[in-house]
Write a protein that binds this ligand. Structure first.
Ligand code: BGC
Length: 653
């Protein structure tokens, strides 16, 4: 398609009509005059809804983004995105409405399971490869929800009020990183940001997303997020979704009133035509290659990489095949995902762990929704949250399990010291009632349709667990710094600034049960020979050797944190700047190198409106969780004095 010619051939009225959808999931095509694009939800699989009757096509359910976050693996994340692309290609979907990179400000947010992490670098890096994974296969993405959408209860009218540093360092950092993959669309959020709806916020969309972050693709509204079409156009929002009756009238009136110009309309139409063209071009080369069974296998493989071993007293796990086991289910359904627009209806039956184990020849006694003593050597108790507890449009009331789930664990643990808990949830859970009474806990999270096949492999040691928490687990809700929004207030002020997740628990370690980045393995890893290689004042290579001193092949996640020892501005205790996941065969050693650049030391300076490295001392930590440091280096950065501003008190010292 010749974009300019097509643009010129459209009447002004047609151009205005193009700026809202034709229906719930497609763009306006003027009865076939233009090609149409089909949008459908992700992110943990494809949820394609019919434009005729809203029925949902069945597809593969992969681990949720919260669990891909726990994989700390760019490889696994890309593998999942590639498989989802296959589902999209097979179902004629052009744009997957994913990934979401909003920060987990509070563990109560109903949609935390749809987001990667409480940390922007982890979220941004994984989102970047997720986008690449889909787009390399000719399926567009929608990076969402831009921006500062961190709870669900009042998402349609809440004003998220925050200062500039917090905005750039925490709430838009993951977007900034993920934008490097050039998502074909970015979706604005429902809420207001600093007093103006995201959809019509010129500072947010034009000033930050386009001018500062350099985004020149299509900005699409969240479904129904456009409050006033002409104001949204002015802010450079291109496509309102889904179809809105009011849209054309609002644009026409605003044009006649001189509020918007044809030039502004053309800019949005041009971006939309470019997107249509991209989707058309993709149709010529994209092709699904994997069978459904192969996609299911991807779901299983990914789940193996995500599940986190939280407790393993006396190395009770892995179990030996042929062990005497009973399984207690707190619910009759399988937990594999949360509720709302990301919910994937699966084609494959999601099997419960007892069924999976039986198929593998294990002798299992299973009980559902009730406990009775079984006298077996080991007891596995399955507990968790259903899509009614964790889902879109509402927040959780608390972070506890239903009392009947807790009671089932407690009763089982009273009878059996070898109680193993499988925890299925999309966000942090208060485990206080029973954590000291049970022998082992596997955080399965919402791991999609392959969850229990992966669990079986981990339980019996075919695979060593390698997930690490991408979200801190506080001891109780009261230990979390973010106040619960009891009732609607017109604004939520982010007064805690950087104090979310581990940035807070680093100052209050007594309040965290399982810290960010934590997860056990069956293997024993030893770190040595850590070195720091300096290239420039702000460019370093960190080198270290990891040895797997055990008889099982296993993967190890290494996290690099940076601490600014002294700075004129407030800084978190330390921040994650890089991470890597390494497969080590039994007994194997590998030397790893990780690079850090200027970004690792800079903070957003509101006076400069830019990132700034203030000269002075920094610590670099090689760690296996936010609270388990294996090696550290001190560096003293001394950039040219003319890059610097006079630091506090230097004249007086
Ligand atoms: C959600 C989006 C989703 C859209 C389309 C909205 O309610 O916030 O994440 O992509 O619906 O289903």
């Amino acid at each position: 398609m010749d974009i300019e010619k097509t643009l010129q051939a459209l009447t002004l009225e047609e151009k205005m009509k193009l700026l809202t959808g034709k229906n719930n999931w497609e763009n306006e095509d003027f009865g076939g005059k233009l090609p149409s694009i089909f949008f459908a939800d992700g992110p943990c699989g494809l949820r394609k809804m019919s434009v005729i009757d809203d029925s949902t096509h069945k597809n593969t359910a992969y681990p949720t983004l919260s669990m891909l976050g726990c994989s700390f693996s760019t490889e696994t994340t890309k593998m999942v995105a590639d498989a989802i692309a296959e589902d999209c290609i097979e179902n004629d979907v052009d744009i997957l409405l994913a990934p979401g990179v909003n920060m987990k400000r509070s563990p109560l947010c109903g949609r935390n399971f749809e987001y990667f992490s409480e940390d922007p670098v982890l979220s941004g890096e994984l989102a970047r490869v997720y986008i690449e994974g889909l787009q390399e296969r000719g399926v567009g993405t929608s990076l969402k929800h831009f921006a500062v959408n961190n709870n669900e209860n009042y998402r349609f009218y809440q004003n998220s009020e925050l200062d500039e540093r917090t905005f750039y360092e925490l709430y838009t950092k993951a977007f900034e990183i993920a934008l490097e993959a050039s998502p074909w669309t970015v979706m604005c959020s429902y809420n207001l940001v600093n007093g103006i709806y995201a959809s019509e916020n010129p500072w947010l969309l034009k000033g930050v997303l386009r001018d500062k972050f350099g985004y020149n693709g299509v900005i699409v509204s969240d479904w129904g997020a456009c409050m006033h079409r002409a104001k949204a156009l002015k802010a450079t929002l291109d496509l309102e979704m889904p179809h809105s009756q009011a849209s054309f009238g609002e644009l026409k009136q605003a044009y006649e009133d001189g509020f918007i110009t044809e030039h502004e309309i053309d800019n949005s139409v041009r971006r939309l035509l470019e997107l249509i063209e991209k989707c058309q071009a993709a149709k010529t080369y994209r092709k699904a290659q994997k069978t459904k069974e192969e996609r299911h296998k991807v779901a299983v493989e990914a789940a193996k990489d995500c599940i986190v071993l939280l407790k393993n007293d006396n190395s009770i796990l892995p179990l030996k095949s042929g062990s005497d086991i009973s399984v207690y289910h707190s619910s009759s359904s399988s937990f594999y995902g949360g509720g709302g627009s990301s919910h994937v209806e699966t084609e494959n039956k999601v099997e419960r762990i007892d069924a999976v184990l039986r198929k593998r020849g294990e002798n299992i006694t299973a009980y559902t929704k009730h406990y009775s003593p079984s006298g077996t050597k080991y007891s596995i108790v399955c507990v968790g949250n259903s899509p009614e507890i964790e889902g879109e449009g509402f927040d959780r009331e608390n972070i506890s399990l239903f009392s009947r789930h807790n009671e089932m664990i407690e009763r089982c643990a009273e009878d059996n010291p070898n109680t193993i808990v499988l925890l299925y949830a999309g966000s942090a859970i208060d485990v206080s009632k029973w954590i000291d009474k049970v022998a082992a806990v596997l955080y399965v999270g919402f791991c999609g349709e392959g969850a229990n096949e992966a669990v079986a492999d981990i339980l019996f040691g075919n695979v060593s667990p390698s997930g690490k928490l991408a979200e801190s687990f506080p001891i109780s809700l009261a230990d979390n710094p973010i106040e619960k929004e009891e009732e609607y207030e017109p604004y939520v002020y982010y007064k805690e600034r950087f104090d979310i997740g581990y940035r807070y628990y680093d100052k209050h370690s007594e309040k965290v049960r399982f810290p960010f980045g934590f997860g056990l393995s069956y293997a024993n890893f030893v770190y040595d020979d850590a070195r720091l290689i300096k290239h420039t004042e702000t460019d370093y290579t960190i080198q270290f050797t990891i040895t797997n001193q055990s008889a099982i092949d296993a993967k190890e996640v290494t996290q690099i944190y940076v601490q600014d020892v002294y700075c004129a501005s407030e800084r978190p205790v330390k921040e994650l700047k890089a991470f890597t996941k390494t497969l080590l065969k039994a007994g194997e050693s590998k030397t790893i190198q990780i690079k850090l650049d200027r970004k690792a030391f800079a903070y957003y300076n509101a006076a400069l409106k830019d990132w700034y490295v203030e000269n002075g001392k920094f610590n670099i930590y090689v760690a296996t969780s936010s609270q388990d440091i294996k090696a550290e280096f001190a560096v003293d950065i001394q950039l040219d004095e003319y890059t610097q501003f006079t630091a506090k008190n230097t004249k007086l010292l």
